[in-house]
Design a protein around this ligand. Sequence first.
Ligand code: HEM
Length: 146
Amino acid sequence: MSLYVILLSLHNIVRWAVLILGVLALIQTLQGSGAGRTITAGARRAVSSFMGSVHLQVLLGLLLFAYTGMQKIPAFADGRASFKWEHVGLGLLVAVFATLANGAARRGMTEAGRVRSAAIWTGLALLLSLLAMPWFRPLLRLFTAG
Ligand code: HEM
């Protein structure tokens, strides 16, 4: 099995962690956004787990990007010409937004303000993850090239 298939499979699998943890973080922060509610320890944990999964995904993406470049493997040859750059750009923005969500959950101005901005940044990060996703690729890749 090649390193390419290993990295591609890990990047494929971790995207489900990103999506599931993102939905959980959004639900938790939205529940806390009602009038006069405070951010719970559970919501804060959900937002930081989401950020952790996104950071891992970006790290795997960067390794894949470097490896495909070095091995001259055409990345996203099966997508439209601009897809590779859209994927990288949106993927990096997801990491920025998930990091802002985590910062907001910890250091907002007021309790209500911080849970609301954590919910907004989490929602935007999740939306961009859906847009960045190559849905034309296998939904689950278990260490096979095809
Ligand atoms: C939240 C962010 C991201 C998500 C959810 C995501 C998701 C995915 C998925 C599902 C695939 C297809 C895997 C497969 O074919 O089995 C993929 C491929 C890939 N991604 Fe990402 N990705 C993200 C960020 C990034 C970033 C930041 C980079 C680069 C810096 C990157 C580089 C790549 C590369 C090079 C491929 C392989 C293309 C190919 O082999 O043709 N990804 N990504």
